[in-house]
Design a protein around this ligand. Structure first.
Ligand code: HEC
Length: 100
């Protein structure tokens, strides 16, 4: 346990990269039952729902629009009660899929 801790702490300064990694894990766990969450995902319904790579590629997608989509109980998407931290990680991940 103690041996693991220093290695973990040494990763902490790269917060941006770590947010993306956490966000990807969250997306796979919480969002992939409905959305296609990676460029290579094979499961997740297409079904008219925006895939995460599609969302990332849209010029209309911003941090604010993503946060709104995750927090508002609108339409057919359930309220997932995400914490601020989880929202930040998911936003970092989705925006990291943006084509460059
Ligand atoms: C139970 C199915 C379901 C799950 C799970 C789900 N979504 Fe959705 N999501 C939807 C549906 C349905 C829509 C389309 C909403 C609409 O028609 O307005 C949507 C739309 C969105 C949109 C786009 C909104 C827009 O304005 O175009 C975003 C962003 C989004 N979801 C993010 C997420 C994230 C992040 C997660 C995981 C934390 C997630 N969704 C989990 C069903 C789901």
């Amino acid at each position: 346990m103690l041996a693991v801790l220093p290695a973990f702490l040494s990763l902490a300064p790269v917060a941006g990269a770590q947010d993306v990694v956490n966000g990807e894990a969250l997306a796979k766990r919480w969002c992939s039952s409905c959305h296609i969450v990676t460029a290579t995902a094979t499961k997740g319904e297409a079904n008219g729902l925006p895939s995460f790579p599609m969302l990332a590629a849209s010029p209309k997608t911003t941090e604010a629009s993503l946060r709104h989509a995750m927090t508002a109980t609108h339409s057919r998407m359930p309220d997932l009660s995400l914490t601020k931290q989880e929202q930040d990680n998911l936003i970092a991940y989705i925006l990291s899929l943006r084509p460059r």
